[in-house]
Design a protein around this ligand. Structure first.
Ligand code: NAD
Length: 364
């Protein structure tokens, strides 16, 4: 039986991680502790969990500010909280940034993942050198490791890896390390490869929030290439429910694909989003459509991703619960209702947590 009691969530101040922590605290049958380990890169935001901190801080929720590449720090966290489970979200996650500067992706996604894996292996050793059996390391990955599809076919868990951007290459490498630790050392590892997530708290550099905010501000809507690249879209809550199922029931050493069975050309997604935002802010959808601007395509832009998620459906009983229109409506609603969150990002105020916190500590 897995303990699932003292759960280290890496990258919990980011988009999916903060939604995951929120999801766990909303579960009536979850009574464990969550230790959120996050370096607060540009994508990490303490405001994402301020209500959780107020409700559960110091009792069932703990924040540890630091880098997953920092071995002594990671080891201290494992020891201090008697960590029995890791859910590893922390990553450099934006493809465009990886094209501009791959180094941070190698450091965090490859070296950082290895550091977490090896720290877990050392922390979970019994005195006779065998490994604890009630522990789990769940590694979060992406469908992008599988490469690009033409008009037909789907990625299955058996599709050979063919990463094509520095981001997906770094994620592929981390996946290989995670499974290597299972095969070599017997570390109980599970892995999931999901499609594009969308929902509240997503940093506004990613397609859905970027477009919503540009529409609200009357700015142009930049679309790469011909707009016909296809992605599968998954509401973040459905993703997190799948992750939890894997943690509870997934087989060690196994990979699970998680997708929304919901493929959209970027341009068609944008038209749908425009209709929803226009309705919400009482604007003319055609006027917003006129602001669409096709820009030079992303280097090496993969054409199509599509996921076959029958394994997690059949083996673990997961299914998507939020349809795309409803998910987009909820997302638009959230961004319209959370102006201060957006303003803090625009002004950079959200990044002052470190400065404020450390100066308060040094005054004490
Ligand atoms: N967002 C998606 O659509 C999507 C799709 C597939 C897979 N994924 C994967 O899911 C995970 C989470 O993605 P996200 O969109 O929430 O990312 P995000 O960029 O919103 O958040 C990443 C978090 O990791 C933290 N972080 C970055 N470097 C760190 C380091 N060295 N040490 C500790 N913390 C660090 C950041 O501060 C941030 O809080 C990533 O592993 C990503 O590859 C995301």
């Amino acid at each position: 039986m897995r303990a699932l009691k003292n759960i280290l969530v890496s990258g919990g101040a980011g988009f999916i991680g903060c939604n995951f922590i929120r999801f766990l605290f909303s579960k009536k049958d979850f009574s464990g502790r969550i230790i959120n380990l996050d370096a607060l890169s540009y994508a990490g935001n303490m405001a994402n969990l301020s209500d959780i901190e107020t409700q559960f801080g110091g009792d069932r929720y703990f924040f540890e500010h630091g880098n997953i590449c920092d071995r002594p720090f990671v080891e201290r966290v494992f020891k201090e909280y008697d960590i029995d489970t890791v859910v590893h979200f922390a990553a450099e996650s934006h493809v465009d940034r990886s094209i501009l500067g791959p180094q941070a992706f190698i450091e965090t996604n490859v070296v950082g993942t290895w550091t977490l894996l090896d720290s877990a292996r050392c922390a979970w050793k019994n005195t006779d050198n065998s490994l604890r059996e009630d522990v789990l390391f769940h590694h979060i990955s992406t469908d992008e490791v599988y490469g690009s599809l033409t008009e037909t076919g789907y990625f299955t868990e058996k599709t050979p890896y063919d990463p094509r951007s520095p981001y997906s290459a770094s994620k592929a490498s981390s996946d290989h390390f995670a499974l290597a630790y299972y095969h070599t050392y017997g570390l109980p590892v599970t892995l999931s490869n999901c499609s594009n997530n969308y929902g509240p708290y997503q940093f506004p550099e990613k397609l859905v929030p970027l477009m919503i905010l540009n529409m609200i501000d009357g700015k142009r809507l930049p679309v790469y290439g011909d707009g016909k690249n296809i992605r599968d879209w998954l509401y973040v809550e459905d993703h997190n429910a799948a992750v939890w199922l894997i943690m509870e029931k997934g087989k060690a050493g196994d990979t699970y694909n998680i997708g929304g069975e919901n493929e959209w050309e970027n341009i068609k997604l944008l038209y749908t989003l425009i209709d929803i935002v226009a309705d919400k802010i009482k604007a003319d959808p055609q006027k917003i459509k006129n602001t669409i601007t096709f820009v030079q395509d992303r280097l090496g832009h993969d054409r199509r991703y599509a996921i076959d998620c029958s394994k997690i459906k059949n083996n673990l009983g997961w299914k998507r619960t939020v349809n795309f229109k409803e998910g987009l409506e909820r997302t638009v609603e959230w961004y319209c209702a959370n102006h201060p969150w957006i303003e803090n990002i625009r002004t950079g105020e959200y990044q002052r947590w470190i400065e404020k916190n450390y100066s308060q500590r040094s005054k004490k």
